[in-house]
Ligand binder design. Structure first.
Ligand code: G6P
Length: 366
């Protein structure tokens, strides 16, 4: 079933729409069936872990970036993230208290594999988060966990990203439990938030016609900015990456608070600014950054939930009302508008969505 496009024009569209199903499959494996607990193999052990380093490339690196917020805030473990091509050469210190988490859809990315070998060579423990269970990175890691996304054919990663995030969220909850940072009720609450995710994803996917409308306008832009705070910051980076990969529109993702340290100089009516701001503790701050864009004649698309859109008031160029989501799952859910916006902008431009120029699905050479 995975190697056929079915009713879809592109694998990317099919894989985007598979997300509710593959996420439900992943949760069937990683959440306990009759209890509100995460359920992971016993060898996954954060007890003696002094720090985590998370290493990956491309979209998988942005999944690490989101997970850093979770491991730090839920479990209190310091997390360092790096792109594999930097980690492998910058001679980072690694000790027995270091757990390396290597995230890779293919499990064959040359730089990520080299980073894993570097860490192992210096006595670190390793955990691989992969889609391809038989891959080299899975085989060479101390522990390997599959994200269960099924084969991903489109070069631009979609369901692998959200399944990486789903598994990393489960790992962060386990780490919090093992370190006494969360009690049973706290774990149950987070687990029920995860269980709600596939349904929320399905609802978000019904927004496709509205997102396609917005994408039609965005497809005429030369430059696009994505803004987000907290775990929505890496989503801004991922949204920008998706757009540039398949539509060839120049896009940048920024932490909202950095707007006034540079990118605001680019803002005018020709540069759409996409603001990813679910109603959460950081919402007001992100919206105040959006107001700075509007005050300078910029066009902002506010992606939020109904309550957030109402609270932000009038003035945005466009709004997109997402289903309301708990803070833990919002960054996973907000991958959907990022993916669909890039997809439809690319379709309007007529680019080769599944095989974008100059890119490869798996980069097995340096
Ligand atoms: C390539 C792909 C990206 C992917 C990255 C890392 O650049 O085009 O979609 O995110 O490699 O791949 P991996 O298989 O390690 O996740």
């Amino acid at each position: 079933v995975f190697a056929e496009k079915g009713p879809y024009k592109h694998f990317m569209a099919k894989e985007t729409h598979e997300q509710p199903i593959v996420l439900a499959d992943a949760f069937a494996r990683y959440l306990a069936p009759h209890r509100s607990e995460v359920h992971l193999p016993e060898e996954v052990d954060f007890a003696g872990c002094e720090r985590i380093v998370m290493v990956a490339c491309g979209t998988a690196h942005y999944a690490c970036h989101v997970a850093k917020y979770w491991f730090e805030s839920l479990a209190g473990i310091p997390v360092e993230i790096d792109v594999a091509s930097e980690f492998r050469y910058r001679e980072p210190p690694v000790g027995p208290g270091t757990l390396g988490i290597f995230v890779s859809q293919s499990g064959e990315t040359a730089d990520t594999l080299a980073a894993l070998r570097y860490l192992k060579g210096r006595g670190g423990r390793s955990l691989a988060v992969v889609n391809v269970e038989t891959s080299t990175i899975a085989r060479e890691s101390d522990v390997a966990l599959p994200i269960l996304a099924g084969p991903e054919i489109g070069v631009a990663s979609t369901k692998a990203f959200t399944c990486q995030l789903a598994l990393l969220a489960c790992l962060a909850i386990l780490a919090a439990r093992q370190r006494g940072a969360i009690d049973g009720a706290g774990e149950a609450g987070r687990v029920e938030e995860l269980r709600a995710l596939p349904g929320l994803m399905a609802t978000a996917l019904t927004l496709e016609p509205a997102i396609a409308e917005i994408a039609r306008d965005v497809s005429h832009a030369r430059d696009v900015l994505f803004l987000g705070r907290g775990p929505m910051y890496p989503l801004a980076l991922e949204g920008a990456l998706k757009l540039k990969e398949i539509s060839y529109i120049h896009a940048e993702g920024y932490a909202s608070g950095e707007l006034k340290h540079g990118p605001i100089a680019l803002v005018d009516e020709a540069v759409p600014v996409i603001v990813l701001a679910p109603s959460d503790a950081l919402f007001d701050k992100t919206v105040s950054n959006m107001q700075e864009v509007l005050a300078r004649g910029g066009r902002a698309l506010l992606v939020s939930d109904a309550a957030g859109i109402e609270a932000a008031g009038a003035g945005a160029w466009r709004t997109l009302a997402m289903p309301r989501a708990a803070p833990l799952v919002a960054p996973i859910l907000y991958a959907v508008p990022a993916q669909l916006l890039a997809y439809h902008a690319a379709v309007f431009k007529g680019t080769d969505v599944d095989q974008p120029r100059n890119l490869a699905k798996s980069v097995t050479v340096e």
